[in-house]
Design a protein around this ligand. Structure first.
Ligand SMILES: Cc1cc2nc3c(=O)[nH]c(=O)nc-3n(C[C@H](O)[C@H](O)[C@H](O)COP(=O)(O)O)c2cc1C
Length: 323
């Protein structure tokens, strides 16, 4: 058995927002979670944007259960990124991540698009590092390349500036997007030689304890980040680190009323609350076949009241069938 050091909950824009971070971290066993990416243009981010995106800043940048939230910034303007990182720290952030991995075509000249420009990656990373107090943890999250995984050596060398604490590597290129047949855990091992003194984190298609162990063995790393699978198995961190049993279907359903409450208390409108519940259930359905019919019915409801009645019935049925 390979020893696991840290398991992170991945940043997921449009999914892993403050309410879901709170709910997943409470049961997941994660060492740290991340904000969704916050877009930085050529201006320092206003405090109100940072506080809206990361309300946890007001409580030591931790979720209610105490999990640290790393603030993730995405942009191409080195000074604005550095000033925004410093502002996040002034508001309470203890760790900052730079996003060089987002593949979206709607993100112009930022995220994974910058993988074509190693000198710019270097400039952004070193400018942010130099601006931040020494005790603030700084990481870079990136893919192995823009078009080819062989670019990874150059890219790791570019970001491995003095004082960088960690590099999180999604083992795919920008061009490979999320393709199942393109995943290069095997390319991770050699990168350690180019990042002396920097922690490395493996990411991409880690879905359970078994795949986590395989990834650790192949990469030689001891840190992992999990994304989509954490939405299907909410206690994935504990499954990987503590050999916990995956949550049952019933346990996953029991998270839904908590999600509704959390969204309501944060002022989300009824339509958004319903959409978010459907999104959550969509991930559950991928892991639990028994959810298929309920998911279809649930997706048709248009009022929260109806949704809660359906959910109540499904909870009773799941409990009686031991699901
Ligand atoms: C819906 C969605 C949103 C994402 N948003 C972000 C983001 O805001 N920042 C980021 O660095 N990566 C983002 N990612 C990438 C994930 O953090 C992660 O690297 C990727 O999903 C691979 O890990 P996985 O196979 O465990 O899901 C996103 C992925 C998904 C599916």
């Amino acid at each position: 058995m390979v020893a696991v050091n840290k398991v992170y909950l991945a940043p997921m824009e449009g999914v892993c927002d403050p309410p879901l971070r709170k709910i997943l971290c409470a049961v997941g066993g994660y060492d740290e979670c991340f904000s969704e990416f916050i877009r930085v243009t050529d201006h320092v981010l206003p405090a109100k944007t940072l506080l809206r995106e990361v309300p946890e800043l007001a409580q030591g940048c931790r979720t209610d259960d105490g999990t640290l939230v790393r603030v993730q910034l995405l942009g191409d303007h080195a000074q604005a990124m550095a000033q925004s990182a410093c502002r996040a720290v002034a508001l309470g952030a203890q760790s900052i991540d730079l996003n060089f991995g987002c593949p979206s075509r709607f993100v112009h000249h930022a995220g994974a698009m910058l993988l074509k420009e190693p000198e710019l990656l270097h400039r952004i990373t070193s400018t942010v590092r130099e601006a931040l107090p020494e005790n603030v943890f700084l990481s870079v999250k990136m893919r192995l390349g823009f078009a080819d995984p062989s670019e990874a050596v150059t890219l790791v060398k570019a970001v491995a500036v003095p004082g960088l604490n960690e590099i999180i590597l999604h083992a795919r290129t920008r061009k490979e997007l999320y393709r199942k047949d393109a995943l290069h855990w095997d390319k991770l091992r050699e990168l350690a030689a180019y990042a002396p003194g920097i922690e490395l984190v493996a990411n991409g298609d880690i879905v359970d304890k078994e795949s986590a162990q395989r990834c650790l063995a192949v990469s030689g790393y001891s840190n992992l980040m999990v994304g989509r699978a954490a939405l299907m198995q909410p206690n994935l961190g504990n499954m990987i680190k503590k050999d916990a049993r995956p949550f049952s279907y019933l346990q996953k359903l029991q998270m839904l009323p908590k999600l509704f409450n959390e969204l309501q208390s944060r002022g989300f409108a009824e339509k958004s609350r319903l959409d978010r519940a459907k999104q959550f259930l969509g991930f559950v359905r991928r892991a639990d076949e028994c959810c298929a019919d309920f998911f279809k019915t649930f997706c048709r409801v248009s009022s929260e009241n109806d949704a809660l009645i359906l959910l109540e019935n499904e909870l009773i049925q799941a409990a009686s069938q031991g699901q």
